[in-house]
Ligand binder design. Structure first.
Ligand code: K80
Length: 460
């Protein structure tokens, strides 16, 4: 019996620490536990995916950024906060959420055609409403006129298209009465502990009911209550890793003992990747020795569905360039969609998906599985490369007046061959400039959209 227990313990800890080379115990300040890139197959797949879709869907889609005749131009999913709506009044929205046209197979088709390899869906945003019929609250899809679980059909539909599914979960919760933003006394602490049991119950429920998900994307971790209870964050990380060995977690799962969010007191990201690039890309960096992901809205700052999109709404060209930028710097790029309350996707998001997808169908070899090529960025666009490959991709966004693209290659490297990605017979004249710099002459070809040139490199 004793022997059995010991081997069981060994087995369990082997599971928890199956990424022992990369996931370690935290230090005394509860710093990061993944100190170098994870090398396992699941994380390798995440990295090779490069392009993902974010979906923000919840009760906030119903008011769509408007309340009692007033338009709130701030983020639609923050309406409860921004319009100062009481919890009781907001909760009435459950009776209006009835997405009769919800067709996840159609969503998945749109996503597949856009070229994404993974999706992150909000299962519970800050509003606290759950898209699945949780056993632990009534504030869920089960209480709406729609009634049916939204998650299982979603997971199945995306999986059918070969798209990995990730769940977003907000630690911040504006609905649960036990939630606290700050802990002022013993009672608050007790309530917050009850709330945390709720969080753990729900995460276990999500992980076990939808075993095919690849990971969790946390948010809402910045409040004083969580900082005070930073040990809960570490416990939560352990809990998720034990429930699902190999699970992929973003950095917002934790804070350290000094209250640092996203990165610990030593500047190291929490979780398995740095997902703190929100509505911004990292500045031009040559190599990053950690995994990272940038998530982006189509308008300036709308995640959930807003009836009115004001200001700068991005074009397909901008999205293509952001994706190329991220790939060239060794990171992932995730584009957000905010479905309408009836379950359909707004026309412009569909247009955008189609256009980006048309570009991806031609050029994705320079994106999927590609990474930083270790070269300086040039004014014409971005270099990418598959790790270990001697082929180099040039993703060209700007054609100079000279029709000449400058290339600065590593020392002792020459170009053995080159062609247009879409036409291996289309070669460009290459001229040596000086040192290890070359000119690639585009000639008088016409290029309707950003295009890719492949260079076959040869070491001298
Ligand atoms: C939370 C807090 C701030 C200050 C800004 C954005 C957010 C949430 N994170 C994004 C991924 C969305 O979910 C947004 O509501």
């Amino acid at each position: 019996m004793k022997k059995y227990i010991i081997s069981l313990l060994i087995c369990l800890s082997a599971n928890v620490f199956s990424f022992a080379q990369t996931v370690s115990a935290p230090d005394s300040l509860m710093g990061a536990t993944v100190l170098s890139k994870r090398t396992d197959a699941a994380m390798q797949k995440w990295r090779e995916n490069r392009f993902g879709q974010f979906i923000h869907w919840g009760l906030y889609a119903v008011p769509g950024g408007q309340w009692k005749g007033k338009n709130y131009p701030t983020s639609a999913e923050w309406l409860k906060n921004d319009a100062g709506i009481s919890a009781a009044e907001y909760a009435e929205l459950v009776h209006q959420f009835n997405p009769q046209k919800y067709n996840p197979a159609e969503w998945a088709r749109i996503a597949k055609n856009m070229g994404v390899k993974y999706v992150i869906l909000t299962t519970k945003h800050h509003e606290g409403f759950c898209l699945w019929p949780s056993k632990f609250t009534d504030f869920s899809i089960a209480s709406t006129p729609y009634k049916k679980d939204l998650l299982m059909p979603f997971v199945k539909a995306y999986q059918k298209e070969g798209i990995d599914v990730y769940f977003y979960y907000s630690i911040l919760d504006w609905h649960n009465p036990d939630y606290r933003s700050v802990i002022n006394n013993e009672e608050d602490q007790k309530a917050y502990e009850r709330y945390f049991t709720y969080v753990k119950n729900q995460l276990k429920e999500l992980i076990t009911t939808y075993p095919d998900i690849k990971g969790l994307w946390f948010d809402g971790q910045w409040e004083a209550s969580y900082k005070k209870n930073y040990k809960m964050g570490y416990e939560l990380e352990q809990y998720c890793r034990a429930l699902k060995p190999g699970i992929i977690l973003n950095n917002r799962i934790r804070v350290d003992a000094q209250g640092h969010v996203d990165h610990d007191y030593k500047g190291r990201h929490f979780g398995d990747f740095d997902g703190s690039f929100e509505r911004r890309l990292p500045s031009n960096v040559k190599t990053l020795d950690f995994d990272w992901e940038a998530c982006m809205t189509v308008p300036e700052n709308q995640w959930g569905y807003h009836k009115i999109w004001e200001g700068h709404v991005k074009t397909p060209y901008e999205i293509q360039e952001m994706l190329a930028t991220c790939t060239s710097m060794g990171g992932n790029f995730v584009l957000n969609f905010g479905p309408q309350p009836d379950g359909t996707i707004r026309a412009y998001e569909q247009d955008l998906a189609r256009n980006v997808g048309a570009w991806m169908k031609i050029n994705s070899a320079a994106i999927y599985g590609c990474d930083n090529a270790g070269l300086d960025k040039q004014d014409w666009g971005y270099f990418t490369q598959k790790p270990g490959d001697d082929k180099l991709y040039m993703i060209v966004f700007n054609i100079p007046i000279s029709k000449t693209l400058k290339l600065k290659l590593p020392e002792k490297t020459t170009i053995a061959d080159n062609s247009l990605l879409t036409d291996s017979h289309k070669k460009f004249r290459i001229e040596k400039a000086y040192g290890n710099e070359y000119y690639l002459h585009l000639g008088d070809g016409k290029f309707a959209q950003p295009f890719v040139i492949t260079l076959q490199l040869k070491k001298d």
